[in-house]
Ligand binder design. Structure first.
Ligand code: AHG
Ligand code: MN
Ligand code: MN
Length: 333
């Protein structure tokens, strides 16, 4: 494919369906076999199913606590459990994934598809505290090409590759409209779901993070527990008349700041000395998207994508969003 055809293929118009977009993108890469494309479509399907469950949540007794804690010791909501089951089922049936890690499961989930090339790390439902109150929630995913031999059982090493080895990452935001945003390392595209047609349509051809912004997003109730550096930064935001916005759903907070310009922070606090958010299925995927959109993501000392993974459910502090804001916030760490 010559250069002109490739760029035409990549520049698709608003309104094209996600399926067509994925196929057209794939055709720009001569050796692509279609498995990643199929996997992205499987994730979109799982997103549609979860979206359906969320939309009728108030009607079918799926709000509220499930009655168990997940491996993080956090109270599982019924929708956490449902979303987890739906996602795992969609990925198993799709056949492109040999193993999954999920916020809701302590151990690696083997799909039985040992011939598949990919592994997925996911937060099936992000922002669970917002489920019962009808506020935006999300799903986050991260995809790696396995390093263990195809045909064998997946291994821990398949997941412990580091953020820079992600081949794709994205999120689904179940908000005032439902959106799927993803990257395969060639910029960030956004798709909006049309309920009546059951399709995602390209709505944001190239999401670019404003280089600077005036929104800061953190749990203000933790202010007194933050370090002096963080408190100074927040004080200066207030003095500059910035806007404080915090949904408490990382996906929603991240997405707003990506569109409008802003920074999201979850620093270490005494009850969460390594931060609260999870590296593999919250921070790596959003950091990949932030960087691809021209933004930044840091743990205060290095880029999130450069953190060495040590365990499946490890946590990290995170400062993510508009480049200049992340740089200012982390300059004095
Ligand atoms: P999850 O619902 O997947 O456990 O994630 C919740 C996370 C994140 O979405 C949000 O930004 C953060 O927890 C909110 O934490 P606080 O309630 O401590 O502010
Ligand atoms: Mn989460
Ligand atoms: Mn979750």
């Amino acid at each position: 494919m010559n250069q002109d055809t490739a760029s035409q293929t990549l520049a698709l118009p608003v309104g094209v369906t996600l399926d067509r977009y994925i196929i057209r993108k794939q055709s720009a890469f001569p050796f692509a076999t279609g498995e990643l494309s199929q996997l992205l479509r499987d994730i979109a399907l799982a997103g549609k199913i979860i979206n359906r469950e969320i939309n009728r949540a108030g009607l079918i007794d799926v709000t509220g606590a499930y009655g168990a804690n997940n491996i993080q010791g956090e109270c599982q909501q019924k929708l956490d459990v449902i979303a987890n089951i739906r996602f795992i089922r969609a990925l198993k049936n799709g056949g492109e994934v040999c193993a999954i890690i999920s916020e809701e499961d302590e151990e690696i989930i083997f799909t039985g598809n040992d011939n598949a090339k990919y592994v997925v790390a996911m937060d099936p439902l992000d922002g669970s505290s917002n489920i019962d109150v009808n506020v935006s929630i999300g799903t986050i995913f991260s995809i790696y090409r396995r390093v263990s031999p195809i045909g064998s059982r997946a291994t821990l090493e398949d997941f412990m590759q580091g953020g820079r080895k992600q081949v794709a990452a994205g999120y689904i935001l179940y908000g005032s409209s439902t959106m799927l945003v993803y990257t395969t390392g060639h910029g960030v595209s956004g798709f909006t779901y049309d309920h009546s047609l059951g399709e995602f349509f390209l709505s944001h051809t190239q999401l670019v993070s404003p280089d600077n912004g005036s929104i800061y997003s953190c749990n203000d109730g933790n202010y007194n527990q933050y370090s002096v550096t963080i408190r100074d930064y927040l004080d200066s935001c207030r003095q500059r008349g910035y806007t404080g916005r915090y949904i408490g759903s990382l996906v929603g907070d991240f997405h707003r700041n990506l569109i409008k310009g802003g920074v999201y922070l979850y620093p270490p606090i005494p009850k969460a000395p390594s931060g609260k958010l999870r590296l593999m299925y919250e921070c790596y995927p959003l950091a990949f998207i932030a960087e691809q959109a021209g933004g930044r993501a840091s743990d205060g000392y290095r880029d999130i994508l450069d953190i060495d993974p040590k365990s499946l459910h490890q946590r990290t502090p995170i400062y993510i969003g508009s480049r200049q804001m992340v740089e200012e916030l982390t300059a004095n760490h």
